[in-house]
Design a protein around this ligand. Structure first.
Ligand code: AMP
Ligand code: MG
Length: 318
């Protein structure tokens, strides 16, 4: 565990991007916008590439957000059957892959349960068990049919809703990085809250990403040196709520219908792409440390840092 001093930090939810401005060969521009319900920050030597990346993140948000009424996801949730474009098709194919690999711990049909618990957070009152039971009937990716050839998605039960909150930000980062690469830019860092991709390096040095201490905002747990890699962090401090003296996470265990009680308070996953890192970081919260690490091992190129409640220790696979 290291606490860095005398360095310029920029707080982005769960992570700090550490900028060292000395001896730079290239001038870097840094811009932030509020998108996908959070702060998106892009650091790059090319201003046009930054515009391209923001436009791409906006495009993905307009497709995948359940909060935008005419997004593809909203249309699918309302109709239960839809011919979809390549983005949503790809994301739902990946969602199914993570659902199967995690034995249902990662499940984007968790939407009805997320809504119930969000309402509970707002009112600070626990949901009725009857409501949880009813919502659970609508959860299960086995009730989602994907026809890849026809590019159609069909729900097998009325009332099913998909919520891509656990992987949409990672996918948006991947799409934006692809656009920047295609534009010919070799160095760029894109972060959508805790979901980050570090393209290339920064003037010959790796990008440095600090992981925030889950209980002390000003402290860093670790600093990662990254090149051409994705990293995602999920923390219970982002959107948790407290009733009495109990903390409830915003990650839902689809098997119980309740917030996950895995004792994980922060999970960081490194992967080749940000969608994978994003989905796995959320899944670790539901599965807990041991099973979460098994899953991370299954995805060969991924590594994880997991902090638990009992003893804020580092289970470090780097
Ligand atoms: P993240 O911040 O990436 O860890 O994602 C958290 C979000 O994922 C929540 O706000 C929900 O929208 C969604 N979510 C919660 N539980 C699950 C789950 N078990 N499987 C998939 N998505 C979930
Ligand atoms: Mg996630």
């Amino acid at each position: 565990m290291r606490l860095l001093k005398n360095t310029l930090f920029l707080l982005i939810s769960t992570v700090f991007i550490i900028n060292i401005f000395s001896c730079s060969k290239n001038n870097y521009y840094k811009r932030s916008e509020f998108l996908m319900g959070t702060i998106v920050e892009i650091t790059c030597p090319d201003q046009q590439a930054i515009d391209i990346a923001f436009n791409e993140i906006r495009r993905v948000e307009n497709l995948l957000s359940k909060y935008i009424p005419d997004s593809e996801v909203s249309k699918l949730n309302a109709s239960g059957k839809l011919k979809v474009g390549p983005d949503l098709l790809y994301v739902l194919i990946k969602a199914k892959e993570f659902y199967l690999a995690s034995n249902g711990a990662f499940d984007v049909t968790v939407g009805p349960l997320v809504d119930i618990w969000k309402k509970a957070i707002k009112n600070n009152v626990l949901p009725k068990s009857e409501d949880i039971k009813n919502a659970k009937q609508l959860v299960g990716f086995d009730k989602v049919l994907i026809d890849e050839k026809e590019s159609t998605i069909a729900f097998l039960k009325e009332g099913i809703k998909v919520d891509l909150g656990a992987m949409g930000k990672g996918y948006a980062v991947d799409c934006a990085i692809k656009k920047v690469r295609d534009f010919g830019v070799k160095s760029c860092l894109i972060s959508v809250a805790g979901d980050i991709f570090c393209l290339g390096d920064k003037n010959g040095e790796p990008w440095q990403v600090g992981i925030q201490h889950p209980r002390n905002k000003k402290e860093l747990l670790d600093i990662l040196n990254l090149k051409d890699q994705a990293v995602s962090t999920s923390g219970d401090y982002q959107q948790m709520f407290v009733v009495g003296d109990k903390r409830y996470s915003h990650m839902i265990d689809p098997h119980t219908g309740h917030p996950a009680e895995s004792k994980v308070i922060s999970a960081t996953v490194l992967a080749q792409d940000c969608l994978t890192a994003d989905a796995l970081a959320t899944t670790i919260f539901v599965l807990g440390k041991e099973k979460g690490l098994d899953l991370v091992n299954y995805y060969n190129n991924s590594r994880a840092l997991i902090y638990t409640e009992d003893d804020i220790h580092v289970f470090d696979m780097f």
